[in-house]
Design a protein around this ligand. Structure first.
Ligand SMILES: Cc1cc2nc3c(=O)[nH]c(=O)nc-3n(C[C@H](O)[C@H](O)[C@H](O)COP(=O)(O)OP(=O)(O)OC[C@H]3O[C@@H](n4cnc5c(N)ncnc54)[C@H](O)[C@@H]3O)c2cc1C
Length: 350
C-alpha cells in the first residue's frame, strides 16, 4: 500500500518504520525542518516505569508493560545510570506517603528509602530512590534517522500535510499530536477536544554535586529535575509555572509572541520566561537550586485528554477513523512501539 504518515515525532517515526518493515511504501511528512522537533524533542525525557502516576493504574500499567518494547527498539538511546528520587511533599500533595508506598508495593515498583543531602527534608514526608531510564534525544534522533534511511521511508521535511494532499494515498496515519484535528477537518464528527498546554522547559547548569540526579516532587503543583540526555545540563519541570497558556478545544491557542520560539530547540535569553518562578518554587525542596544558571528555555505544546485532573492519566489511543485514516494520539514515549504495532494490525484489516 502507499501510505502517508503525518508527523515525524517518535510516534510517527515508529509507525512509518513498522509499516516500511512490512513492505508498505511510506511517505513521512513533517512540517518542521527536522525530526523529533516538537513534543518528542522538548519534554522531560523520562522513560516512565510508573512511579509518576500513582493516581492512574492504567497509565502505570501502560508504562510497565510498554517499557520492554521501547527498549527493544530504542534501547541504545536509554541512559540507565544516575540517581532517581521521588519525594512526597509534606504539604499540598494529593496523595499521602502511606498511599504512595502502598501503590509502589501494588505495582512491585522497587525502591529504597533514603534521605539525600541535597533535599530540604523539613518539606518532604518521604523520599524514595527508584530506578528509571531517561532518553538521550541526540542518540534517539540518530537511531531514527538511520532506520528511516535503511527502510527507505521517504522523509518529506518542511512539508505540511493537508487533507487534500492525503487523498493521493491509499491510507493516512495521523501522528500529529497537537495538530491532529487540523487533519480531520473533512470528518468533523471525528475531531475530539483536547487540553493544550504551551509549556516552557528551562535548561540549566547546576553545581557538580547534582551530576546524574533526578527528582520528582509528588503529587501536585510541584517541581522536577532531570539531567538532559548525556550532557552536563539539566531540565527543570514545574506543574504550574511551566504552563504559559492553556485551552480546551479542537486546536491549541497560541499567542503570536510564542510563534517564533515554539518547537525551535533551546532559546537563549528567551523573550518570555518563568525561570525565576521555577527557581522560587523549587528552592523549598532543593535549596541549592538558587545557584542554577539559566542556559535557555525550550517551548512546545503538551496535549492531554481534558478533565483528567483527578487521575492525571495519559493514555495512548490508536483509532481507525475510516478505511483511509488511522489516528494515533500519544500518551507517554514508551507506548510508541506498541502503538506502531496496533497501526500495522489495523492496516492489515483495511
Ligand atoms: C513538557 C512535556 C514533558 C513531557 N515529559 C515526558 C516524559 O518525561 N516522558 C514521556 O514518556 N513523555 C513525556 N511527554 C509526552 C511525550 O513527549 C509525548 O507524548 C510524545 O513525545 C508525543 O510524540 P508524538 O510523535 O505523538 O508528537 P510530536 O513529537 O509532537 O510529533 C508530532 C509531529 O507532527 C508534526 N505535524 C503536525 N501537523 C503536521 C502536518 N499537518 N504536516 C506535517 N507535520 C505535522 C509536528 O511538527 C510534530 O513534529 C512530555 C510532553 C511534554 C510536552
Amino acid at each position: 500500500m502507499k501510505i502517508a504518515v503525518v508527523g515525524a515525532g517518535i510516534f510517527g517515526i515508529s509507525a512509518a518504520v513498522k509499516l516500511a518493515q512490512n513492505s508498505h511504501r511510506v511517505d513521512l511528512f513533517e512540517k518542521e525542518d527536522g525530526i523529533l522537533k516538537a513534543a518528542s524533542g522538548i519534554n522531560q525525557f523520562r522513560l516512565h516505569r510508573g512511579f509518576h502516576y500513582p493516581r492512574s493504574s492504567e497509565t502505570t500499567g501502560d508504562s510497565i508493560r510498554t517499557e520492554k518494547s521501547f527498549r527493544l527498539e530504542y534501547g541504545q538511546a536509554v541512559i540507565d545510570d544516575g540517581e532517581q528520587y521521588y519525594g512526597i511533599a509534606k504539604e499540598g500533595s494529593l496523595i499521602s506517603a502511606d498511599t504512595y508506598l502502598d501503590f509502589c508495593q501494588k505495582f512491585k515498583l522497587g525502591h529504597e528509602h533514603i534521605k539525600p543531602a541535597f533535599l530540604n527534608h523539613s518539606q518532604i514526608d518521604l523520599c524514595l530512590r527508584a530506578k528509571e531510564g531517561r532518553i538521550d534525544h541526540a542518540k534517539l534522533k540518530k537511531i531514527c534517522l538511520s532506520r528511516i534511511k535503511k527502510l527507505r521511508v521517504n522523509l518529506r521535511l518542511e512539508t505540511k500535510a493537508t487533507p487534500g494532499l492525503l487523498k493521493n494515498y491509499d491510507l493516512a496515519v495521523l501522528c500529529a499530536y497537537a495538530n491532529l484535528n487540523s487533519l480531520l477537518l473533512h470528518v468533523p464528527d471525528q475531531q475530539k477536544k483536547y487540553q493544550f498546554e504551551l509549556c516552557e522547559k528551562p535548561v540549566v547548569k547546576l553545581p557538580r554535586q547534582f551530576t546524574g540526579k533526578s527528582l520528582v516532587m509528588m503529587d501536585g503543583p510541584f517541581m522536577c529535575l532531570d539531567p538532559l540526555g548525556g550532557t552536563d545540563k539539566f531540565l527543570l519541570g514545574n506543574v504550574v509555572h511551566a504552563i504559559h497558556q492553556s485551552n480546551i478545544g479542537l486546536h491549541p491557542e497560541v499567542d503570536d509572541k510564542f510563534l517564533p520560539i515554539l518547537n525551535k530547540g533551546i532559546i537563549k535569553n528567551p523573550p518570555i520566561t518563568n525561570f525565576k518562578k521555577f527557581i522560587e518554587s523549587g528552592v523549598q525542596f532543593i535549596p541549592e537550586l538558587a545557584k542554577a544558571e539559566h542556559i535557555g528555555s525550550m517551548f512546545t505544546i503538551r496535549t492531554v485528554l481534558p478533565h483528567k485532573e483527578e487521575t492525571d492519566e495519559r493514555p495512548t489511543i490508536v483509532s481507525r477513523i475510516n478505511d483511509k485514516t488511522i489516528t494515533v494520539f500519544s500518551g507517554k514515549f514508551s507506548n510508541c512501539v506498541e502503538a506502531a504495532e496496533k497501526v500495522l494490525e489495523m492496516v492489515k484489516e483495511v
